[in-house]
Design a protein around this ligand. Sequence first.
Ligand code: PEP
Ligand code: MG
Length: 317
Amino acid sequence: ERATLAALRDVPAITLDGVMVSMLANIELPEEAEAAMQAGAEGIGLFRSEFLFMGRNDLPGEDEQYEAYASVVRTMAGRPVTIRTLDIGADKELDGEATVATNPALGLRGIRYCLAHPELFATQLRAILRASAHGPVKVLIPMVAHLREARAACTALAAARHELTVRGQACSQNIQIGAMVEVPAVAIAIEPFVEAFDFLSIGTNDLIQYTLAIDRADPDVAGLYESLHPAVLRLVANTINAGARSGKPVSVCGEMAGDTELTRLLLGLGLTQFSMHPQQLLDVKREILGAHSNALRTRVAAALNRAAEIDLSLLNQ
Ligand code: PEP
Ligand code: MG
């Protein structure tokens, strides 16, 4: 089984009717880039940079971060590396943080935290920009909910680039900036966010949590954490459709993307970029290779209009 799967490593992910799909990897530590290459990932769709900051009492400085990001860029050998800026708060906390938020999931996390700590954000952006001198890098902003956060993030990135120019340090001049779509408000009122960013990545883990009001880490309500809830699927569909209309790439980097039970559903929603744990890549690719995208699109559209909860068995050809 594993041997036949391994043979798919260098096979492009194309559906039976010729739709090309990008297979990207999620990583938490630089060392994992090697596993992404082993699995034939076409790039890193999500580097959760907060793991560099966790489990220690101090903050990683610019040089340390630069080394970590650059090592991933080098390992990926020309394949794009999407580095998500610090997504601290909620389920991932910084050691030694003085205050605990009343409700961490709804508190100062992700881009909110970074904009409240401009020096920390600037340091990270400079490190990411310096790494972009070694290969294609994209910046991904977590937990965006407001357009002004989009503008502030873009301004901070431009300022960081200016600082490097003043210092005479190399970096890419046209680094792309994207947003996580994980707050329902953004998925609903998506148009200005598609405009403001170069690409979008749907974080279904948090999108489900916030749409259904289910704490993603609370075992007492885990049975209600339902990726097939029609409200969740409509938000995912709305985001993918907005990206398609404007020609901006949209990926899914939440756990849904790595679940082979959901591959056909996501193809049927029009998804062409999947980002997941490296271990899941080949299994998902096998599903894609055996799927007929157009037929799935028709069936999913019909099911979305009808459904209380979508019946996955309808999608098996
Ligand atoms: C998500 O929310 O789906 C996501 C990919 O980010 P994280 O799991 O790190 O919150
Ligand atoms: Mg998230």
